[in-house]
Design a binder for this molecule. Structure first.
Ligand SMILES: [Zn+2]
Length: 1013
């Protein structure tokens, strides 16, 4: 079909119109405006407004990190971070006065990888000119409540090393704009110890915020460490808007804001220069009323803004040009560094702050204390993957691998890096994004596990006759027994690991046992101390029990136990084989589970005695290690906890509390959700039956336990081991029923007669224990509007109560929220299933299912955890609590392979010599074939333990058996600043709560460990 030509205006008519337009234009033509954006000299009495252009880019939230980067899934959210950086880099080049600060290196490094050489050169020049600067500079902007300090430091180091390697750049400002509350550890460790000069925080409690604004207290000297006090202080700003937005309405991201641009052509409609200048100055003066001094910081940008940097800069150029014509204000493009330098130069006496910023609330009924617990299985996965990464790094070193020649661990390092993000480990991301994080961690773990499995095979097949290489037979003080010989293991088979051992599931060991196949268990201990621990192996039900031997062929006592029916749906088919293991520091010990070719001295595994406790038994007792617990047969309840070593007993009970999640859909209402915990009382939904709890006692030579069944979806096994000072509370929660239409949030509560009054202690990111007080805030008067949620604090490691004679504590295997609502109580949340959204942006109820989907026909998520319970004198409890924490932070790695017969294998250790008990070898990371990034972390805070809190001294060369140390450099926490270029010794002392970081240069394998010094 032929196209129909559109009617055209006559050529002459068109010419006439053009002539008229030209005439009109000529009549008002003027010189092009040259906007003056150059910074002006400071003048007395003039308010200096620092414009800091920024974008806040979550590494996953409503969509996943890759979708955010490339800009896909615009139906979910319009954002493409790659384009933001493209646009900013391009537009910075157009005016040398323009500046920008970028934060999340997980995104910037992707952009860098894809950038053309021209773009890279431009970025290098912009960084050199201080137009493009970086704040924080970590892989992500980590969360401060649920993140563990090892993960926080790791992800920051990854980002800082990227900036150092590509730009020689060292970030100077902390930038925690969005995390939902701020931790003490963030201030003194991830602020001060990173070498940051200052830190900007977005959110603070709404009451605190209003008080600070009135008192001009938005900027402060923050020194919250119990141990370090003012010696580790950081200049800190809280944003007066309680967020990180531009002043209203000065957002020039046309996609995301509706603010008017600067219209400075008087011949056009809507000329608005005077009006906009006046509005800006008004905002500047308002802001200046909240801080001391004559400098203020305006953040120009917000979530995923600046995709069109041209629009932003064009308007800001005009803003600077016109506002500076007013003598009251001097406005200019600035950087966080320049802002805080101006503040320091201003001779201001800042107020001090010594507590932290938890819990955070942005309304009377809006406590952001739910996310401390949201997605408990994701939190656990992140916790154990952080640990797996450390173990895998040790094996990279043992094998002489390194990041430079192998990227086997990069996936896991990147995944753990982004999972520390404040919408990842927090559980406040959408379900699909949570699934994406889990997938990334899993993908990373597959490589890490194979690095460990290959490493195990390699080190176990080495000749153990002489200390060769980096892992050596454990010294005579550790485990060598007369008559044992060290030589190659009999099996050449590959090792397998079972990621679901925590729920008693392992295809290899179950199948092997059913087939009567002997297998070897290689156990790796990533702690720097010798460790007595326990291995639990699921085995199939067989007619004859196996016998267990250690690596030196000594028969061991072992125990077979029928599984609690709530552990697995096919629990009757599987049994638990348990035995104690002793594993040398950073070392490997081998065990055998034998079904065939048993030697004469074999000790068959003993079956546990399992029996129902009868209603007429007033006292049923389990004991092991230092603890004994009594239960009452009539009610099925725990009645006391005793430390048998010191003979102290305390009346105690233990049970679950089920909170009902508030649903309040009114305009200013507040529902419980992924972020916010708002209970509306507790629910009496636990079917206790006529005689109380079902109580089952299990006893055997390795461990004993009392199993309490609270309902079909809540159960608890309180377990004591012969060789452990503390008890393990093995809890299982879920699927939380929602058939009644009610959201549920479940906590485990231990009530005791410990006279703790209103005080309790919670850890800060796994470091210091901080004192909390019920219904109290140290720096403002708390009006108690949410008596439960407002008293929940973040826990990463531990919660404790104490009185003059004793301390009781729980040590956790994942982050969660917790409190002590009554004297002697320890309460921590284990699971949440919620049917409403809490209105903070995620727009999805926290309703997790076994299938990783929401609103689908699938059973609710089940969660299983192991929390350790410590009880004793303050001194004993502190030591046991820190020890339990160290063990939780470094779960044993168990790997299996089939063997026909046993051969003796001596335990191996990566440490030759004594490593102090109160020190953690936190990081051992081979950066290349001759450099190791080493961190030593003291485990105790000042005054915590008479023994534990003492300084610890270690000879670094003991960590490098068989290698010559060629130099030790002390560096800052993230390794980007040299503190001492040459220590001149390998002996270092670490004081209470201190973390010291070193770059250790070493030579190749030597015949014996020698130090150059
Ligand atoms: Zn964010």
């Amino acid at each position: 079909m032929m196209a129909v030509e559109a009617p055209r205006k006559s050529f002459a008519a068109a010419l006439g119109l053009l002539a008229l337009l030209a005439l009109l234009h000529n009549a008002v033509a003027k010189d092009p405006v040259c906007y003056d954006t150059a910074p002006k000299p400071r003048q007395a009495g003039v308010l200096n407004v620092h414009l800091v252009c920024h974008t806040h880019d979550d590494v996953g939230w409503l969509k996943n990190v890759d979708e955010y980067f490339v800009g896909s899934r615009q139906d979910i959210y319009k954002a493409g971070v790659g384009y933001i950086i493209d646009s900013v880099v391009q537009n910075l080049q157009e005016n040398p006065d323009r500046t920008f600060v970028y934060v999340e290196m997980a995104f910037f490094s992707r952009w860098w990888d894809e950038a053309s050489e021209k773009q890279r050169e431009a970025a290098r020049t912009l960084v050199k000119n201080k137009q493009l600067t970086f704040a924080n500079g970590g892989w992500c902007m980590h969360d401060e409540a649920a993140a563990h300090f090892v993960g926080m430091i790791d992800q920051t180091t990854r980002g800082h090393r990227f900036l150092m390697e590509n730009f020689g750049y060292v970030p100077k400002t902390g930038w925690q704009l969005d995390p939902f509350g701020h931790s003490a550890t963030q201030a003194y460790l991830l602020g001060h110890d990173l070498g940051f000069d200052a830190m900007v925080l977005g959110r603070s409690d709404h009451v605190d915020l209003e008080k600070r604004k009135l008192e001009k207290g938005m900027e402060m000297l923050w020194s919250p460490s119990v141990t370090f006090g003012e010696s580790k202080t950081i200049l800190t700003q809280i944003r007066p808007d309680g967020n990180y937005q531009p002043p209203p309405c000065f957002c020039f991201d046309f996609e995301k804001c509706k603010c008017d641009p600067f219209q400075d052509d008087e011949n056009l409609e809507d000329y608005n220069v005077e009006q906009r200048v006046e509005e800006f100055i008004e905002q500047a003066i308002l802001y200046n009323n909240t801080v001391l001094g004559d400098d203020i910081l305006f953040l120009m940008g917000s979530d995923f803004q600046w995709e069109n940097a041209h629009v932003w800069y064009k308007n800001l150029d005009k803003l600077i040009h016109y506002v500076n014509k007013d003598p009251r204000v001097n406005v200019f493009y600035s950087t966080p560094e320049d802002y805080f330098q101006a503040k320091r130069n201003s001779n201001i006496t800042f107020p001090r702050k010594t507590d932290d910023f938890f819990p955070y609330s942005d309304g009377w009924h809006s406590y952001w204390t739910g996310y401390f617990t949201s997605r408990p299985t994701s939190k656990h996965y992140a916790y154990i993957m952080t640990s797996l990464l450390q173990s895998a790094r040790q094996f990279e070193y043992y094998q002489g691998r390194s990041l430079k020649d192998s990227d086997a661990l990069l996936n896991l390092e990147n995944a753990v890096g982004i999972v520390m993000h404040h919408d990842a480990i927090t559980g406040t991301e959408r379900q699909a994004v949570a699934d994406d994080y889990a997938f990334r961690l899993h993908r990373g773990s597959v490589s890490a596990v194979s690095v460990i499995n290959e490493g195990l095979k390699q080190v176990l097949s080495r000749s153990g006759e002489a200390p060769v290489g980096a892992i050596v037979p454990a010294g005579p003080e550790i485990l060598t027994r007369p008559g044992s010989s060290a030589h190659a293991a009999s099996s050449g088979a590959d090792f397998v690991q079972c990621p679901l051992l925590n729920v008693s599931s392992c295809a290899f060991t179950e199948d092997s046992s059913k087939a009567g196949q002997n297998f070897q268990v290689a156990v790796y201990n990533n702690m720097a101390q010798t460790r007595t621990d326990h291995v639990h192996v699921p085995i199939g039900r067989t007619s004859s029990p196996p016998a267990v031997f250690d690596g030196e062929l000594k028969p061991l006592v072992s125990q077979i136990t029928d599984l609690d029916p709530s552990v697995r749906s096919d629990a009757s088919q599987v049994q638990d084989l348990a035995f104690a293991v002793v594993v040398p520091p950073k070392g490997v010990a081998v065990y055998y589970v034998m079904y065939q070719n048993l030697p004469q001295n074999a000790v068959p595994a003993q079956m546990s005695k399992i029996r129902q406790v009868l209603a007429n038994e007033p006292v049923a007792k389990i004991s092991g290690g230092d603890l004994a617990m009594t239960f009452d047969g009539a009610s099925g309840a725990m009645t006391s906890i005793e430390n048998t070593k010191i003979g102290t007993s305390v009346n105690s009970s233990i049970g679950f509390v089920v909170y009902n999640s508030t649903v309040d859909n009114s305009d200013d209402g507040q529902s419980s959700g992924a972020y916010i915990f708002r209970p509306s009382g507790t629910l009496d939904v636990l079917n206790r039956g006529a005689r109380g709890l079902n109580l089952t006692m299990v006893s055997g030579p390795v461990f004993s336990e009392m199993r309490q069944t609270f309902s079909s979806w809540l159960s608890l096994s309180t377990r004591v081991y012969e060789a452990k000072a503390w008890a393990d509370l093995k809890w299982r929660a879920g699927p939380l029923p929602i058939g009644d239409g009610l959201g549920k949030e479940v906590s485990l509560r231990i009530s005791s007669a410990v006279q703790s009054g209103k005080e309790f202690y919670t850890d800060s990111n796994g470091r210091e224990m901080l004192k909390r007080k019920l219904n109290y805030r140290p720096t403002w008067n708390l009006e108690v509007s949410e008596p439960v949620a407002g008293n929940y604090y973040p826990l990463t490691a531990a919660l404790s109560v104490s009185d003059e004679s004793s301390e009781m504590a729980v040590v956790l295997d994942r982050a969660c929220g917790g409190t002590s609502l009554k004297s002697g109580d320890l309460e921590f949340m284990v699971h949440r299933r919620i049917l409403a959204d809490d209105g903070r942006g995620v727009g999805e109820p926290l309703n997790e299912t076994e299938c990783g989907c929401t609103n689908c026909d699938c059973a609710g998520l089940r969660v299983a955890g192991t929390t350790s319970l410590v009880f004793g004198t303050a001194e004993e409890s502190a030591q046991a609590r820190r020890r339990a924490q160290a063990i939780k932070e470094a779960p044993l790695v168990a790997a299996f392979r089939p063997v026909d017969a046993m051969e003796a294998v001596k335990p191996l250790s990566g440490i030759q010599g004594k490593f102090p008990d109160n020190l953690s070898l936190m990081t051992f990371h081979a950066l290349d074939s001759s450099t190791v990034l080493l961190r030593l972390a003291h485990m105790f805070q000042a005054g915590e333990s008479a023994v534990g809190s003492k300084p610890a001294t270690v000879d670094i060369s003991t960590l490098f058996p068989g290698r010559k140390i060629e130099g030790v450099q002390e560096v800052s926490l993230s390794s980007n600043r040299v503190l001492n270029p040459d220590l001149g010794t390998t002996e270092v002392t670490v004081s209470a709560m201190q973390i010291r970081t070193f770059l250790v240069k070493h030579g190749g394998a030597q015949g014996a460990a020698t130090a150059a010094y």
